[in-house]
Structures are given as C-alpha cells and as structure tokens.
Design a protein around this ligand. Structure first.
Ligand code: AMP
Length: 214
C-alpha cells in the first residue's frame, strides 16, 4: 500500500503514521524528519534547509522531491510506504505521480486529517518530542512520565524551533496557501479520504483505519 498522510502542521500526521506502520508493515517516510536529521548532522542540504524550516517556510521543491525519489527506491519500500509531510505543493504532487508512474506504481490513498486552526496552535505550542526516538508528547494531554524526559530513552525532550508561535503562524499560512490546494488535486483523482483529526490519538486512529479499510 502506498499512502499519503495529509494535513496541516499539528494535525497528527506523525503520531498516526507511527501507529499505522505497525498495522500496515510499511515504512514511514517523513520529509520533516529527514530534513531535521540533515540539519542536525550539518550536511550541506541540512544547512540550506534550516533557513527555510526555522522560518516556517517550505524547503524548495527540488530538494524534497530528490529526497523522496531516492528514499522510495530503497528495498524496504517494495511493498509500499507511508508519506508523512510530502507532497506539500502541486509541483511536488505532480513529481510524485510521474516518479511512481515511471515505476508502474501509484498512490492508493490520501488520508486527510481535518483539524481546525485553533486546535492546531494549541497542539503545536505544547508539543515536545524526543530527539532520539521521535516519540511525540503533549504537555497537557500526553505528558511524559518524568517532566522533560522521554519515557523510552530518558533523553531531554525538545521543543522544535518551528513550534514557536511566529513560525506556527507562518506554517499555517503556508498550509492554507500552498498545501491545501492538494486536497482538490487528490479529490479529482478519487484518492482523497477525509478523516476527523480533532480527537485524541486513539479516536483518530480508529477513523483512519476505517477510512483505509484495514
Ligand atoms: P514537518 O515535520 O512535516 O512539519 O516539516 C517541518 C518543516 O520541514 C516544514 O515546515 C518545512 O520547512 C520542511 N518540509 C518538510 N516537508 C516538506 C515538503 N514536502 N516540502 C517543503 N518543505 C518541507
């Protein structure tokens, strides 16, 4: 199965992807995670991407398209993959379609997590994550057992640079301007599955699995 998890920042794409990969046995491919790792390693791509990411802007299409082209050709993607945070623009979606067509493949479902802006801001400002294992916490709804520390690794939790209020506002603007037109793009292709993403992770997961029929 080849799936796109679609939605605004804070919609729960990462949280749902981590649950779905256990059910579907396909890898999660998050362009945000790949770019953050490149930034942390200080690679040339990471340095270039950091300027855009910290300001809440999109990294240029050719960079993320290149990442996805390379990553989806790896062996673990033979029986499918789950894209989290890609595509985010029409040119990215077109490039993805062309890339898969060239391999006699296609996307099966685009799951769109629907959440209002007010809820998103509330989620993002209180979100913390583990830099080692990627676990995601919310200070009010799913806090770690020990304050500031990951339950799994004990690593110090981080507050992403782009989860500060100004960058959040910019990311929501970018979503409404550049990314949300993709919903029509995939609706016309008959691939869009709209899912209520406003509830707790368990409730949203059950909406997602129902929409996918898994
Ligand atoms: P995310 O973790 O998906 O919220 O992504 C964090 C940041 O990485 C975004 O705000 C962008 O700066 C960058 N990014 C991730 N995926 C993409 C993409 N598909 N296109 C452009 N920029 C991206």
């Amino acid at each position: 199965m080849r799936i796109v998890l679609f939605g605004p920042p804070g919609a729960g794409k990462g949280t749902q992807a981590k649950r779905l990969i256990d059910t579907l046995k396909v890898p999660q491919i998050s362009t945000g995670d790949i770019l953050r790792a490149a930034k942390a390693e200080g690679t040339p791509m990471g340095k270039k991407a950091a300027e855009f990411m910290d300001a809440g802007k999109l990294v240029p299409d050719e960079v993320v398209i290149g990442i996805i082209d390379e990553r989806t050709q790896k062996d673990d993607c033979q029986s499918g993959f789950m894209l989290d945070g890609f595509p985010r623009t029409i040119p990215q979606a077109e490039a993805l379609g062309a890339m898969l067509k060239g391999r006699d493949q296609g996307i099966d479902h685009v799951v769109s997590l629907e959440v209002d802006d007010g809820v998103l801001v509330q989620r993002l400002t209180r979100r913390r994550s583990c830099p080692e294992c990627g676990a995601i916490y919310h200070l009010d709804f799913s806090p770690p057992k020990t304050e500031g520390k990951c339950d799994q690794e004990g690593a110090a939790l981080m507050h992403r640079a782009d989860d500060q209020e100004e960058a959040i506002r910019e990311r929501l603007n970018v979503f409404h301007g550049q990314t949300s037109p993709l919903k029509d793009f995939y609706k016309q292709a008959g691939l869009l599955r709209e899912v209520d993403g406003a509830g707790a992770p368990d409730a949203v997961f059950s909406n997602v699995t129902q929409a996918l029929g898994v």
